[in-house]
Design a protein around this ligand. Sequence first.
Ligand code: HEM
Length: 335
Amino acid sequence: MTVVAPLIGVLALAAVSAAGARIGLTTLFCVVIPYAAILVFLIGVVWRVLSWARRPTPFNITTTCGQQHSLRWIQSSPLENPHTRLGVIGRVLLEVLLFRSLFRNVKHEFVSRENAAPRLAYKASPWLWLGALAFHYSFLVVFVRHYRFFSEPTPRSLQIVEMLDGFFQIGSPTIFVSGFVLLAAATFLLLRRLLLPQLRYISLPVDYFPLFLVIGIALTGILMRYTAFRTDTAAVKNLCIGLMQFKPPAATEPIGAIFFVHLTLVSCLFAYLPYSKLSHMMGVWLSPTRNLIGASRMRRHINPWNYPVAVHTYEEYENEWRDKMKAAGIPVDKE
Ligand code: HEM
């Protein structure tokens, strides 16, 4: 059920939108649902970010992967445990752009030895990192390339991206590598969950649902571009520019059921994003173990909402009880 329920969910979305296309519910599927999805997305983003921003950070959380800067003769680790703002920017950027902590994801297993007890060994495990990089970067390129539907004329910078992505051209239409890489990477991430027993054990429907959504989006997109399911891209562009200007065309030319499925899955992905684990896209920037300066040995971190506490110092205590303490033979600081 863990795998089947999200799969059925995505297939149901596809079936409903294809049926909507058949009975001519163009306004509902091409205007109302995309607008509603953007609204739900924006509300979700604001809610998420505000709720994270409200979380207290009473301590300076220093990650101890590397030595913090302290004494001159101890070598510090400026990227693992940066004590400057520049170091923190470097750490966050390496995390966001290269998924650095994922790169250090190692696999451990028992290696049997002759006449000796098995030994625990650590090995590099770069496949998840490579798959994740391929997935995210291809998604970014595909996403950026779609801007051509929303702009007239297509900006020069976008034409350059299209040219680089389409270097593999062997005919018409130009083959965009990123679309296929996206499909392959999402399928790899899905198979990894399905085929590795340990991973399947900890996977939940919410882990499968976004993968099925992305696979559905990439698959319908590829079908639209390279197969007999081709859509009228001029009509799509007309619709997208209308939506951008809040003037959706009153009667859209028939675009094809596959486009309805593509757009409904995209709308669902957007509406779902801020409320799901996909929000890591925003959260990584606000992660305290990445963005706090490891300078707790150099500077005292004062809890920002500390309120004044009425304390009774030892000095005051002794002043109060000095006579009695002396009479009882208890040593005092001041005679
Ligand atoms: C999360 C956002 C989206 C993703 C990941 C995505 C993915 C894809 C992919 C992989 C393709 C195959 C061709 C290519 O590589 O460009 C494609 C094609 C297509 N997509 Fe999307 N898409 C997204 C959003 C949209 C939106 C918002 C629209 C329109 C409102 C749209 C309309 C189309 C159309 C019309 C095609 C066929 C392109 C052609 O024939 O040249 N897509 N999409």
